[in-house]
Design a binder for this molecule. Structure first.
Ligand code: PRX
Length: 631
């Protein structure tokens, strides 16, 4: 690998030390093996996990694009995350180290985590939750979010985690769509020294969600909240009940039984519920985390995302536990109380691998080198990046200042839909700053033009994936037609990612950005439609269009173009009110950077807003083909 000839751009090679430590030394050999025998490769990985019953078939593509993996097998992801360790030395290993923003600390061994998951699973069962029931989890970053997810999975209930930074409308829409019977929440969480009042948001959302029978609330912040008799229970009261014993059998499920749904924004319309299953998802994230971040027993792994996003599902909760790793979770803001909070945590807890988003790096970079320089970061051996393209300045800073020039950066490209890393290096792969390098074992990616034909290397086009993978989404919950339509119909036989990208002459992939109506703000995925509907719910707004424009720290920032109803006048006060309105309805991340008052929006003759025209205008670029635009 190291003597490979590169023709394009800067290459950063792994050191001898990194190569010596890496469990997988020969990337090419593994890539070749997986390319030649996709099913054999994945079957071998699956053999490393425990199954109640083995599969009849590794990949069943008879109903494609509704692919199935490990059909005929009986399994439960929780068995492999917790149960199987209880008889080995690993029961005494730390599964979870958690630090709250105010500085409180809690740790769970694999034994303790298993016990509390069992206790909570018994409560869920006692409350009548059954296999297949949906449960919405809306929580801050506390250990109980992990426990709640695992307890659901254990009994075959389907969790639907809604990011705690979302607000009423987003929460309500997701509860309604999933027809959840239960909501698990907390009174609040700490962020930037303030309480985020989650239970209040749940109360507000539930005014319009008749499917919910029960709300279980974890006491985190301790402030007064309203408890509705007959509906609301305190987590800690329930866990103390005699029925909440520390033993609970793990439900033996089919490999293709649903594990969770997770809502994400897509092209037009409401967010869609991406469905993942027990068997294939388990094998996919176990394998990717093992090879890409090379998790070993002495590691302390910190994925600094929120469990409420796919990154958290796959690589805070399930992936690390499947690998028997110690995972670290910090509740609050990276800059609270000072901009060295993260660096202090790395030093204090001896974190060996840090996985975060470029926006976080850029945000911390602003405070200068003196903050990280105050801390001993020598425990770090690998770094990771996800969520958006990493710009060269941020890459350099992360590599030199945080990683001390020792730690390769694993730039992992993937999506809620893919469930697992798809384009990513492993520690021994030579890096090019800003590129996720090449597809993971067994995958083939391609850049195609409008008609689906491959474009020459170096040219921009649509990024598509050509081979199925075990952690792939199975469908959009309750909307299989939309699944086929959005991912598989534009380029038949190929999975459309929604991203544009280039491949260079060395076969390295460079992601450019979304080509649909998705805006990546600070790595978070938001839909223009959701922002626009929050805007038009304000009495002053007749029509609105939202676009993303480049922003130094956030990657993209939301700019909203609004047409006022008669009787309203543009003003800075109104603009601020609108920004606040979106924040209240959707959450702080959706707050527009700028509101532009306009008389007209560019539209096609069929009435669709042409956001790309707005964007080109704002950037001073050529607006391109406007033949479909009304006059
Ligand atoms: O545009 C790509 C960007 O994030 C999108 C997926 O967003 P989401 O489903 O929220 O999942 C984010 C975390 C997996 C992709 O379509 N993206 C993700 N990772 C990268 C990236 N863009 C560039 N480089 C990455 N490493």
């Amino acid at each position: 690998m190291a003597d490979r000839q590169f023709v394009d751009g800067e290459v950063v090679y792994p050191s001898e030390e990194v190569i010596a430590k890496a469990r997988l030394k020969d990337w090419d050999a593994m890539a070749r093996r997986a390319a030649e025998d996709l099913e054999g490769f994945w079957a071998q990985e699956a053999e490393e996990l425990e199954w109640y019953r083995k599969w009849d078939k590794v990949l069943d593509d008879s109903g494609k694009p509704f692919y199935k993996w490990f059909t005929g097998a009986k399994v439960n992801i929780v068995h492999n995350c917790l149960d199987r360790y209880q008889k080995s030395w690993r029961r005494n290993k730390l599964a979870l180290i958690w630090v709250g923003e105010p500085g409180d600390v809690r740790t769970y061994s694999y034994y303790a985590l298993n016990r509390e998951v069992n206790q909570f699973a018994n409560i869920l069962k006692a409350m009548g939750i059954q296999k297949g029931d949906r449960i919405t989890i809306y929580m801050p970053r506390v250990p109980e979010i992990v426990i709640a997810m695992l307890a659901c999975a254990k009994i075959g209930a389907v969790h639907s985690v809604v990011y705690g930074g979302f607000s009423v409308d987003a929460l309500q829409g997701r509860i309604e769509d999933s027809q959840s019977r239960m909501v698990i929440t907390a009174d609040g969480g700490w962020m930037n020294g303030k309480i985020v009042r989650l239970k209040d948001t749940v109360d507000e959302a539930l005014k319009r969600c008749p499917s919910v029978e029960t709300v279980i609330t974890v006491r985190r912040t301790g402030h007064e909240v309203r408890m509705e008799p007959g509906r609301d229970y305190w987590y800690h009261d329930l866990i103390g009940l005699p029925i909440a014993t520390g033993k609970c059998p793990t439900e033996q499920l089919d490999a293709e039984d649903p594990l969770f749904i997770l809502y994400t924004s897509g092209t037009t319309g409401t967010p869609k519920a991406i469905l993942h299953t027990h068997g294939g998802y388990m094998v996919g994230i176990y394998t990717t985390l093992k090879y890409v971040f090379d998790i070993q027993d002495e590691d302390r792994w910190w994925c600094a995302a929120d469990p409420g996003w796919i990154t958290g599902h796959s690589y805070i909760v399930y992936g690390p536990l499947l690998n028997g790793a110690t995972t670290f979770i910090y509740e609050g803001a990276p800059t609270y109380p000072y901009p060295d909070r993260w660096w202090a945590l790395i030093e204090k807890y001896g974190i060996t691998i840090l996985y975060t988003a470029p926006t976080a790096i850029r945000g911390l970079m602003r405070f200068g080198e003196s903050w990280p320089k105050r801390h001993d970061l020598s425990s770090l051996r690998l770094l990771g990046s996800v969520g958006e393209p990493i710009n060269p300045e941020a890459w350099r800073w992360y590599y030199e200042v945080i990683g001390g020039g020792r730690c390769p950066i694993m730039d992992t490209w993937w999506q809620t839909e893919t469930g697992m890393f798809m384009i990513t290096p492993t520690p021994v792969v030579p890096l090019k700053p800003g590129s996720g390098t090449r597809p993971f074992f067994g995958q083939e990616a391609e850049i195609v033009d409008e008609d689906g034909n491959p474009v020459p290397d170096g040219e921009e086009g649509y990024l598509v994936l050509k081979r199925p993978w075990p952690a792939m989404m199975r469908t959009i919950y309750n909307d299989p037609d939309r699944y086929v339509d959005q991912y598989w119909s534009r380029f038949p036989g190929k999975y459309m990612t929604g991203d544009s990208a280039k491949r260079d002459r060395d076969g390295y992939f460079w992601i450019i950005g979304r080509v649909d109506d998705v805006i990546k703000v600070s790595g978070y995925r938001l839909g223009t439609a959701e922002i626009e509907s929050a805007l038009v719910s304000h009495p002053a707004i007749a029509e609105a269009a939202a676009i993303g424009l480049p922003h130094e720290v956030k990657g993209n920032a939301i700019h909203a173009y609004c047409i006022l109803r008669t009787g309203y006048e543009p003003s800075e006060k109104l603009a601020e009110e609108l920004r606040q309105h979106v924040r209240e309805h959707m959450g702080p991340i959706a707050r527009p950077e700028k509101i532009h008052f306009v008389d007209k929006l560019p539209k096609t003759r069929s009435g669709k807003i042409m956001r790309r025209v707005l964007k080109a205008q704002a950037l001073g670029l050529d607006v391109g083909d406007t033949s479909t635009m009304e006059d």
